[in-house]
Ligand binder design. Structure first.
Ligand code: C2E
Ligand code: MG
Ligand code: MG
Ligand code: MG
Length: 292
C-alpha cells in the first residue's frame, strides 16, 4: 500500500518536463557508457566528382553498435545530447578516431580528405583550437589539409562572429571547413560573406525535391552560383538517384554525396568500394556535352 501511494504521489508531480529531463539523464548515462565501452563506430560515406568518378573525400558519420539493438544512427541517440557536455567528449572521440583512420589510409598511400561533423557546443569550447592542434600532433603522419570540419549552417549563424574566428584559425592550421545543410539557415548574404568556410554542402532536402519543385531547384542553382562567385566549393548532399546527378551536373555542381553513389560504410569496406566505383555513364555523357 505504501508503495502504491508513493507511486501515485510520484505520478502527480511527474510533469512532462520532469519526464523529459529524466529521459535526457538516461540518454546521457547510456551514451557515456557506450563511449567507455567503445561501442561507437565511424562509418564513411564518399563524396565524388560525378564527371571523373574520382573520390573527393569521405564524411565520417557516427554509429552506435548497440549490443541489443544493432547499429543505431545519430537521430536515435546523438541529437538529444547536442546541448550537453557529453557531445564534447563524443566529438573528441570522433576527431581522434577519424585522424587514426586517416593515418591508416596514409599508410596505404591514400590521400583522401575526411570530414567530421562538429557540434556547435564542441566548437564553442574555449580550448577547442588547442585540443584540435594536440589531436593533429598525435598523428604527425596526417597532413592537416586532409581533415575537414563540418558545422551546420544553422549553428554557425548562432554566433557568426565567434564561429568565423574559429573557422579562420582552423584554416590557418590547414584544417578545412564546410557549412553543412546549407540553405536551411536562411543566412543572409552578408553573414555568408563573413563565414570563411571553404565548402558549402547543399542540404539534401533541396536536392531531393529539385526535380519536381521549382523552388528547391532555384535554391540549388542559387547556392551553386553563390559558391562560384565567392570562390567556395560546393557538394550536393543526399543524391539518391542517377537523375539527380544529371541535374546537378546541368547546374554546374560536380561534387556529390548520396545513396546513388554509396551508403555510409565501415572503414574496412572502403578500399573495395573505392576500387570498384565508376561514375554512371549518363553523368559522363552530360558532362561531356556541357564542357567539351
Ligand atoms: P549530415 O552531416 O548532414 O550527414 C548526412 C546524413 O544524410 C547522414 O545521416 C547520411 O547517412 C545521410 N545520407 C547520405 N546520403 C543520403 C541519401 O542519398 N539520402 C538520404 N535520405 N540520406 C542520406 P546520418 O549518418 O544518420 O547522420 C545524421 C546527422 O547526424 C548528420 O547529418 C550530422 O548532422 C549528425 N552527425 C553524424 N555523425 C556525427 C558526429 O560524429 N558528430 C556530430 N556532432 N554529429 C554527427
Ligand atoms: Mg555532415
Ligand atoms: Mg548535411
Ligand atoms: Mg543533416
Amino acid at each position: 500500500a505504501a508503495k502504491q501511494s508513493g507511486r501515485n504521489r510520484y505520478q502527480l508531480f511527474d510533469t512532462e518536463q520532469d519526464s523529459r529531463a529524466r529521459s535526457l539523464r538516461e540518454a546521457i548515462v547510456n551514451a557515456r557508457a557506450a563511449l567507455e565501452q567503445e561501442q561507437f563506430r565511424l562509418y564513411y560515406q564518399p563524396k565524388v566528382n560525378l564527371c571523373s568518378g574520382l573520390i573527393v573525400g569521405f564524411e565520417a558519420l557516427i554509429r552506435w553498435q548497440h549490443p541489443e539493438q544493432g547499429i543505431l544512427a545519430p537521430a536515435a541517440f546523438l541529437v538529444d545530447l547536442e546541448e550537453t557536455d557529453l557531445i564534447v567528449d563524443i566529438g573528441d572521440w570522433v576527431m581522434e578516431t577519424a585522424l587514426a583512420q586517416l593515418e591508416a589510409w596514409q599508410a596505404l598511400g591514400w590521400d583522401y580528405p575526411v570530414s567530421i561533423n562538429i557540434a556547435a557546443r564542441h566548437l564553442q569550447q574555449p580550448d577547442f583550437l588547442p585540443r584540435l592542434q594536440r589531436a593533429l600532433e598525435r598523428h604527425p603522419a596526417v597532413p592537416p589539409r586532409l581533415l575537414e570540419l563540418e558545422i551546420l549552417e544553422t549553428a554557425a549563424l548562432e554566433d557568426v562572429g565567434q564561429v568565423s574566428l574559429v573557422i579562420a584559425a582552423c584554416q590557418r592550421l590547414g584544417v578545412g571547413f564546410a557549412l553543412d545543410d546549407f540553405g536551411t539557415g536562411y543566412s543572409s548574404l552578408s553573414y555568408f560573406k563573413s563565414l570563411p568556410a571553404r565548402t558549402l554542402k547543399i542540404d539534401q532536402s533541396f536536392v531531393r525535391d529539385m526535380l519536381h519543385d521549382p523552388e528547391a531547384l532555384a535554391i540549388v542553382e542559387g547556392v551553386v552560383g553563390l559558391t562560384s562567385a565567392f570562390q567556395r566549393s560546393v557538394v550536393a548532399e543526399g543524391m539518391e538517384t542517377v537523375e539527380h546527378g544529371v541535374m546537378l551536373l546541368r547546374l554546374g555542381c560536380i561534387h556529390a554525396q548520396g545513396y546513388a553513389i554509396a551508403r555510409p560504410m565501415p572503414a574496412a569496406e572502403v578500399p573495395a568500394w573505392a576500387a570498384s566505383f565508376e561514375p554512371d555513364p549518363r553523368w559522363v555523357e552530360v558532362a561531356s556535352q556541357q564542357w567539351l
